[in-house]
Structure formats: structure tokens, C-alpha cells
Design a protein around this ligand. Structure first.
Ligand code: CDP
Length: 235
């Protein structure tokens, strides 16, 4: 069983702001797994593109961005148990969470070369132990051989309210309406792009958390991991 904890791969996919990362972070902590936030990598590439003037009026100048990709040095550091995104030596964890970045990220994430770049980073963590990742295409494209695939959903209203509250807590001002529009727009682009669109893997287990607290979701996953793999939390 210890061996499984060191090699298990859990993929959590789903629509924007369904609480994938909060859920995945808690599972990582309780089961001693490495948490990988794939969306953070797309957000960091987007931040880089925005800061260098490669995005104008929601359009990405991909010919300007692509030559820089291989030198981006994007990685995660784990500070006090929390995953922190670094772009070179710079901690960008807060800067990538703004509504401005959220408004451009799905366009950047539609680019096949950007996706390939991010996939390679994610794959490089494969041998580092048991991992849990959240995103849009983890169970379908990045790790199609994942041991467990979960697809999360929640009503748009609940998602918008949760994300607006989260942003307010971080001191980022925006209305529920602005957040709702952004979620719907990203869901549409993410589900309709040509490469690795957001879709539910056939074998994924669906979790609708519209009316579920995080604690209830943890109860659910604890039973599932016990039943399916005989795995218990380490804390
Ligand atoms: O936290 P939230 O659900 O709002 O989004 P995120 O996980 O931070 O992802 C931000 C954006 O990155 C998504 O809207 C997608 O456009 C893109 N993304 C993707 O295309 N594929 C992934 N595996 C993860 C994120």
C-alpha cells in the first residue's frame, strides 16, 4: 500500500471554479501526495504574454510568444506545504489569480504549443511520488493512465459566488457578475478548442458539489480511496 501512495496518479478535471484545487490540495495533504496545479502553469504563461505585450484585445501574438517558451523556467515550489508557482525566480502565485489573467488564459491555453510545453512540465513530476493534479484534460490527455479520474461540476451561480468570495479574500475586487461572465466564457472556449478540449473521460467519476461542503467531499473521497485502493489518510 505504501508503494501505491508513492506511485498513484489522481486526475481531477472539470469546469472553471468548481473547487478542484481546494479539494485536490486537501487530498494531497491528507494522503501525502504531490499537488500539481496545471491551470497555474497556463495562467503563468498568460501573465508572461500579457506583461510582454503579446496579447492585444484578447488576441495572442503566438509568433511573438512561442520563441520564449523554452526559456520560461516555470515550476512549483512547496512552501509550508502549499504549492507556489514560480516563473524563473519570481513568485507569481498572486499575480496569476487576477481577473485580467483569467480573461486571457483560455486563449493562451488553446495554443497547441503552449499545451505541449505545459504537458512536458507536468510529465516531469511523474517520478516524484504519488501525485494529484487538477485541470481540464488531465484524465483525457496528460495522464490518460491515471489510477483515478474525477470530473467535478457545480452550478454556475454557486461557482461564481465562491470564486468572487475567494478573490475578495485575496483583495482582488470584482463583482459576482464579472466572475460569472468570465467562467462562462472560459468554459465555452475550454470545451470547444481543437486540442485537448475540456471533456469528461469515460471512466471518470462525476462529483457535483453544488450542495456539498468541502468536508462532505472529503468524506466522499476517503470512502472511495479506501474502497478502491485500500488507501487511508496519513493524517
Ligand atoms: O481555477 P479555475 O478553475 O478557475 O481555472 P484554472 O484551473 O486556474 O485554469 C485556468 C485556465 O487554464 C482554464 O480556464 C483553461 O483555459 C486552462 N487550463 C487548461 O486548458 N487545461 C488544464 N489542464 C488546466 C487549465
Amino acid at each position: 500500500m505504501t508503494e501505491l501512495r508513492k506511485s498513484i496518479i489522481i486526475a481531477i478535471d472539470g469546469f472553471s471554479s468548481t473547487g478542484k484545487s481546494s479539494f485536490a490540495k486537501l487530498i494531497a495533504r491528507d494522503y501525502g501526495l504531490l499537488y500539481l496545479d496545471s491551470g497555474a502553469l497556463y495562467r503563468a504563461v498568460t501573465l508572461f504574454a500579457m506583461e510582454n505585450g503579446f496579447i492585444t484585445d484578447g488576441k495572442l501574438d503566438r509568433n511573438a510568444l512561442l520563441p520564449f517558451l523554452s526559456d520560461l523556467h516555470l515550476h512549483f515550489e512547496y512552501i509550508n506545504g502549499a504549492s507556489v508557482t514560480f516563473l524563473g525566480g519570481r513568485n507569481v502565485e498572486n499575480d496569476i489569480r487576477t481577473l485580467q489573467v483569467a480573461s486571457n488564459v483560455s486563449i493562451v491555453a488553446s495554443d497547441p504549443q503552449v499545451r505541449n510545453f505545459v504537458d512536458n512540465i507536468l510529465h516531469s513530476y511523474r517520478d516524484k511520488g504519488g501525485i494529484i493534479m487538477d485541470g481540464r484534460d488531465i484524465g483525457t490527455t496528460v495522464f490518460p493512465d491515471a489510477d483515478l479520474k474525477i470530473f467535478m461540476t457545480a452550478s454556475t451561480e454557486v461557482r461564481a459566488r465562491r470564486r468572487a468570495a475567494e478573490m475578495e479574500q485575496k483583495g482582488l475586487k470584482c463583482s459576482i457578475e464579472q466572475v460569472r461572465q468570465n467562467l462562462e466564457e472560459r468554459d465555452w472556449i475550454d470545451s470547444h478548442r481543437e486540442v485537448s478540449p475540456l471533456s469528461r473521460a469515460a471512466e471518470a467519476i462525476e462529483l457535483d458539489n453544488t450542495d456539498k461542503t468541502l468536508e462532505e467531499q472529503m468524506d466522499w473521497i476517503r470512502s472511495l480511496l479506501k474502497e478502491k485502493f485500500g488507501l487511508s489518510p496519513i493524517r
